[in-house]
Write a protein that binds this ligand. Sequence first.
Ligand SMILES: NC(=O)c1ccc[n+]([C@@H]2O[C@H](COP(=O)([O-])OP(=O)(O)OC[C@H]3O[C@@H](n4cnc5c(N)ncnc54)[C@H](OP(=O)(O)O)[C@@H]3O)[C@@H](O)[C@H]2O)c1
Length: 296
Amino acid sequence: MAQTVAFIGIGIMGRRMAKNVLKAGHSLRVYNRTVAKTEELCGLGATVAASPRQAAQGADAVITMVADPPALAAVLDGPEGAFVGCRRGAFVIDMSTVDPETSRAMAARAQARGLRYLEAPVTGGVGAAEQGSLLIMAGGTMEDFQAAKPLLETMGKKVLRVGQMGSGAAMKLTTNMVASSISAAMAEALVFAAKAGLEPSLVVEILADRSPLIARWAPRVLAGEFSPFFPLRLAHKDVHLALATARGLGVPLFALAAVAQLQTAALAKGLGDLDQTATIQVLEEIVGLPVRQPKP
Ligand SMILES: NC(=O)c1ccc[n+]([C@@H]2O[C@H](COP(=O)([O-])OP(=O)(O)OC[C@H]3O[C@@H](n4cnc5c(N)ncnc54)[C@H](OP(=O)(O)O)[C@@H]3O)[C@@H](O)[C@H]2O)c1
């Protein structure tokens, strides 16, 4: 059934996901802090709202896809936030990557206003966002999950409920712990192999055979292509959310702490808006040997 959907956060991911909501026949309102990013969706038939509050007014569902917990608090719970605009009984579905504590706090704030809240972070990256084939990991009640599932299926091909509120965020941080660790391990391996005199393209071919993520990332790294699929600043945010959550759980994360330091060094070099794989540039500089092949 066609719904009125407010989509808040038209960034790298949100832009593509919102397009699929629109394509599925829903009526779409969009809000983005930087309004220029909404132009393409506007041309496709979406209405642009001046605030999250305005976007949420009269909507059946509000979807958020913003950077981090402070951004989520701003667009949902600020003075011009969506919570103020939502009608009672409306759905708020947060698809951003945040930590379990933030999800639970936002859900409680929403429920106190008579709203239904689901967390539904995603994995699969830009390509899957574009194709509507994301893997979506929802947390919340079964009833809310079942009610929101058809809308989520416009953006994802595998839509799973992973548990109660907070479980979706925990699952998403779990996947990104692995992704960031693989990215760092790949960077070290490529630099190590280059210094050992191995042919980079052969190293990439062999490593790609071992890991689908390396198969996706390594050819781009070798080509010196770091336009952001997943910006380093966001990967670093997720590593920190995982470390903070783990601290609360009493779980030591030795390897991830080292990954965080490599990312911090890359951020200090001003690489935050590049893809997370740009951390290799830190190691290349330390050993004085570029792995990347010069662009023709
Ligand atoms: N890229 C990926 O591969 C990927 C995959 C899975 C999950 N994610 C997660 O998806 C979320 C969005 O990521 P993205 O890649 O789309 O990043 P992005 O392009 O940087 O988009 C971030 C969005 O958040 C908004 N935002 C940031 N701070 C804000 C604030 N204080 N108030 C209001 N809005 C604010 C941005 O608005 P402006 O445009 O005004 O800056 C933008 O719309 C993140 O939580 C990320 O971790 C990303």
